[in-house]
Design a protein around this ligand. Structure first.
Ligand code: NAP
Ligand code: G4F
Length: 323
């Protein structure tokens, strides 16, 4: 039985990746940080019905010793490094923490693997945010980076350190440059979930408006369940490389919002307000990925379209609120 170690297992992608790897017959070990709310921290894993099928161990990205001991004890074949301070807006409020966890944390995990299990295959959760003020449309593996937030700068450091460990130490280390991916398990602070959760509340008579920031920003949104499969495919290749993972379709926040209101049979203009307080100090205006390399080398293509994604997220939020 292959052993997979996942950092960030309590997050959106960690939950879907656990479900996917269990389906492939892996033993799944997940690192979670110590929390006073440990009873609710496994909520996403419980929602997918996988919480009692995995092993959770305590560790923190800021603590090399804990990571080394976990890698030594469980001897993973594959390490999926997903943990991060992942909310872009927060990265301007907590830039040092974001650098420490999202940037240096990846190096700490790479070090733990290099010390305790250098033959393990390593996945780094890189991000389309690294393209920032985009230098080409669409963005592929060869597009120059231009980070626009402390989060993106931290991810870029982690990205290049992954490349460096591959080239310096011969580690099988790959970076997946994933564009935005969403699901019913998306954190409530991200725009898609803010929209579906609030529209569900409007539908059920619990509120009468939705306040957003920059509605003109464009994103390439896919479904998290599709994207975790791409992570696994990268680690099954003989040679480690970096891949863009995206749908190739871009849409504005307004477009996504309209899809959700339409799915709820409500008129968007009757409910949406904007608030300049929600604008970011620097914005990523347009993301659109070119995942041709992943299609060619991994045989990967996005399956879920934006309409189905919006409808699934809305339905899940309505169900949760009802019950
Ligand atoms: P998420 O839901 O925010 O999950 C982040 C995870 O990191 C959580 O399990 C969190 O634990 C954990 N974590 C944070 N700080 C930690 C620390 N100091 N030590 C140990 N664990 C810590 O993120 P996601 O959407 O699943 O994304 C997974 C990864 O992909 C992230 O690195 C993100 O930056 C990257 N990414 C995401 C997208 C996307 O669209 N979703 C796109 C590109 C890249 P708690 O549960 O305790 O908070
Ligand atoms: O949903 P968002 O917060 O996601 P963002 O900033 O694109 O980052 C996500 O995707 C990245 C991949 O590209 C990941 F690396 C990262 O970890 C995260 O998962 O914001 C999307 C867009 C932004 O342009 C934002 O300004 O929506 C705009 N927006 C407009 N109103 C809003 C809101 N974003 C949020 N969170 N809340 C709003 O009310």
């Amino acid at each position: 039985m292959k052993v997979a170690l996942i950092t960030g297992i309590t997050g959106q992608d960690g939950a879907y990746l656990s479900e996917f790897l269990l389906g492939k017959g892996y033993r799944v070990i997940g690192i979670m940080r110590r929390s006073a709310s440990s009873d609710v921290i496994g909520e996403r894993l419980r929602w997918l019905g996988v919480l009692d099928k995995i092993t959770l161990v305590e560790g923190n990205l800021t603590d090399l010793g804990s990571l080394v001991r976990i890698v030594q004890e469980y001897r993973p074949d594959e390490v999926y490094h997903l943990a991060a301070q992942s909310f872009v807006a927060t990265s301007w409020q907590q830039p040092s923490l974001t650098g420490l966890v999202t940037g240096l944390g990846a190096v700490t995990m790479l070090e733990a693997v290099r010390i305790a299990r250098p033959q393990a295959r390593f996945y780094q959760a890189s991000s389309s945010e690294m393209f920032g003020k985009v230098q080409a449309v669409p963005q592929s593996e060869t597009t120059p980076f231009y980070p626009r937030s402390p989060y993106a700068a931290a991810k870029l450091y982690a990205h290049w350190m992954t490349v460096n460990y591959r080239e310096s130490f011969g580690m099988h280390a790959s970076s997946g440059i994933l564009f935005n991916h969403e699901s019913p398990l998306r954190g409530i602070e991200f725009v898609t979930r803010r929209i579906t959760h609030t529209v569900a509340r409007i539908k059920l008579g619990l509120t009468d408006h939705l306040t957003l920031g920059n509605m003109m920003a464009k994103r390439d949104w896919g479904h998290a369940r599709d994207y975790v499969e791409a992570m696994w495919l990268m680690l099954q290749q003989d040679i480690a490389e970096d891949y863009v993972i995206a749908t190739g379709r871009t849409a504005t926040v307004t477009d996504f919002c309209r899809l959700v209101f339409d799915a709820a049979d409500l008129v968007m203009e009757d409910y949406v307000r904007t608030d300049p307080a929600l604008l970011r100090p620097a914005e990523v205006e347009l993301l659109q990925g070119d995942a041709a390399k992943a299609a060619r080398q991994l045989g990967w293509n996005a399956r879920v379209g934006l309409e189905d994604l919006a409808a699934e997220m809305l339905a899940a939020d309505i169900n949760r609120l009802r019950g």
